[in-house]
Design a protein around this ligand. Sequence first.
Ligand code: ARG
Length: 459
Amino acid sequence: PAPQTWSQRFESALHPTIAEFNASIGFDIQLIEFDLTGSQAHAKMLAKTGIISAAEGEQLVQGLEQIRQEYRQGQFQPGIEFEDVHFAVERRLTDLVGDVGKKLHTARSRNDQVGTDTRLYLRHHLDEIRQHLREFQTVLLTLAENHVETLIPGYTHLQRAQPLSLAHHLLAYFAMAQRDWERLGDVRKRVNQCPLGSGALAGTTFPIDRHYTAELLEFEGVYGNSLDGVSDRDFAIEFLGAASLIMVHLSRLSEEIILWSSEEFRFVRLKDNCATGSSIMPQKKNPDVPELVRGKTGRVFGHLQALLVLMKGLPLAYNKDLQDDKEALFDTVKTVKGSLECMAILLREGLEFQTDRLNQAVTDDFSNATDVADYLATKGVPFREAYNLVGKVVRTCLAQNKLLKDLTLVEWQDLHPQFEADIYRAIEPRQVVSARNSYGGTGFDQVRSALDRAKASLQ
Ligand code: ARG
């Protein structure tokens, strides 16, 4: 028989279909560890302030601990008749410790309770995601260290632009991940504020000690306005925003890996442990991991959008709409963690850069054309004039099916008297990369300092 949920104001039970629609236990059971910890802190506070006796407080804390053990051993699996995790825990507590269990909800509402649980949940997983970001960064750094002198074409508009150190390219992703890590650290400050003690909306008549519960739960501060405390979900939206940016970065990297592994590029070879085949085409090897990451990015953006829209029309304070924030958060946590983890594995052991092919790629194009213009500009020719001249040279070479390096010194000097034999060195891909030695550029010396800075930022 369904336990009595509401006060005696209610004469009959909820329609079963409505009960199912209303229930959140199917997903908010994921909050249970945080719900138990939050309730234990609340019970300790009730005892400390004399609202209940010390012995009662102790019984509640012990009972809640027992539920934790039961849950961990798979023995606590409440069904939808309990509506949500908060009711399920309170009922079980009362079964375990008797009538004193009914005192737990003194000076508390599910509104401040669920807000506390959600923040504790998010703080925990946010820290884990930051750890995953660190691992991802470490993998990028190691890969970059091994590829300082590996060259790769650099693109703008997906057209060959100027060659790069592969390490420089990888360190761009490191920098994005660094911002993600910092951004989550910033979001954490707002996640880590305690709403407990806001009551249903207006505070409570009991002499509670909000700062004590907040301290027990390791919150950095408490909400100063009870209405805001129970109805604020800014922290969740900020988290989804930060998570969306993580996914943007992973998705861009994914797109590159997908391109690089194609026959058209052949810059990387996927290893068997991170690629999949086709059920019909025996020759296929598919980059499912980056494709899935790119695909799952959409659902995280969707969760951000969903929560923004969820919030925009809500009058103060709590509204049941807020129950619908959970699945967005849970799915985002799962998606971001899985994506970071699999991308780290892919980079660490799932792909191999094809250095011969990369070397060939940076040699047989016109991505050294800027360097010819720079060469003349260094010798006093105004850059725009040099730029126009080199454009003409490129056109001539294209018509004759030649590269810049194929021009003879006489041909160079016919084009402009300032050209000398050192032009050949100036347009070698290695030299082209090495010469971009401005701060933050791809020159090998710059890349080595960038690697040092990256390493230092992980300390
Ligand atoms: N399951 C609810 C939620 O997640 C708990 C809070 C319910 N509060 C209420 N006033 N109905 O939001």
